[in-house]
Design a protein around this ligand. Structure first.
Ligand code: AVI
Length: 316
């Protein structure tokens, strides 16, 4: 058997489990990126607007926590950096001394962001790192600077881990930071279940297309023969636990072949694959997570509706 790529290995492992599952981290190929942009632009997906509002007005609060020290503004998964530019604008207007260090695995995203930053603020120190988060943080850990670090992990990406995985990720992140460094993490807050469900169950079908693209990607990259029309997007929200879950449900019994991997998978009628968890938090749960992962809670920066929190923690 040839050595499997990480994608192939995870697909086979997840689809061999009971219940079947796939990780949402594989959503983001080129088509998935475009579909996620469409999701962020739709009216039901409130998360992006909430966080933009927070970033538009949180510069002074963050600068008062930083208390005049020079700092590195490190952004995990910077993408197009559009929300962070609101913070940069406020930081520069207040005369703050900082270096902008976005981290992104995509060279293309870093290049586009670089063009934009150089055009808008030619004098802003800009030192991007093209790598995965932990490789980049490790590299930063070896640099000699005595700057304080303000690490941004925005966008409710933490919600795509379950509670135990989130704690493990945040602990690991802390191991690359120094006492006194700051972490800002975006959390979608628990709210009216109807509002949450609508954000993941839009009538235009963008979320369904986004989720189905995962099966299409398995077809494209692993030579499988999923029939996309035989799968239906199904969303649930559990208001007690706070998890929105996305499923793809088979509308009849079927066998999917992966000839390149010498593998096939059978599905019973109405068998479901869990493809994403989007965990929502209460304010109390955010504080508890900070403590469990080894941080001191500093402050929640919230939007005017109280739907989203960018929570600021200090490395204890
Ligand atoms: C990237 N992540 C925070 C999104 C979320 O809300 O869980 C992904 C997403 N899935 C469906 N819509 C958006």
């Amino acid at each position: 058997m040839p050595t499997l790529s990480p994608f192939a290995a995870e697909v086979i492992e997840g689809l061999s489990e009971q219940p079947k599952r796939l990780s949402s981290k594989w959503f983001y190929d080129e088509r998935g990126d475009a579909l996620f942009q469409a999701i962020m632009a739709m009216p039901e997906y409130y998360l992006t607007d909430c966080e933009r509002e927070i970033f538009q007005r949180s510069g002074p609060a963050l600068l008062s926590i930083i208390a005049g020290r020079p700092f590195d503004l490190i952004e995990l998964g910077a993408g197009d950096g559009s929300k962070t530019q609101h913070l940069i604008e406020q930081f520069l207007a207040a005369g703050a001394r900082f270096v902008y260090r976005p981290i992104d695995i995509s060279a293309n995203a870093i290049d586009l962001l670089g063009d934009l930053i150089h055009h808008r603020w030619p004098l802003l120190p800009f030192e991007p790192i093209q790598a995965d988060y932990f490789t980049a943080l490790n590299r930063l850990g070896q640099s000699k600077t005595d700057h304080l670090r303000l690490v941004l992990f925005p966008g409710a990406n933490i919600g795509n881990f379950n509670r135990a995985e989130a704690e493990k990720f945040l602990r690991h992140l802390r191991s690359f930071l120094r006492p006194g460094d700051l972490l800002l993490t975006g959390f979608d807050l628990k709210k009216d279940p109807a509002t949450i469900l609508a954000a993941y169950n839009d009538p235009a079908g963008h979320t369904a297309a986004f989720n189905l693209n995962l099966l299409a990607r398995i077809n494209r990259e692993l030579g499988a023969d999923f029939q996309l029309s035989a799968w239906k997007h199904w969303e649930t929200y559990d208001p007690a636990g706070g998890a929105a879950r996305s499923f793809l449900v088979a509308d009849g019994p079927q066998t999917v072949h992966l000839p390149d991997l010498d593998h096939s998978i059978t599905f019973e009628a109405y068998e479901a694959i869990c493809v994403e968890i989007s965990q929502k938090y209460s304010r109390e749960e955010i504080r508890a997570l900070a403590a469990a992962a080894g941080y001191t809670f500093v402050q929640n920066l919230e939007d005017s509706r109280g739907w989203f929190a960018d929570s600021v923690w200090r490395v204890s």
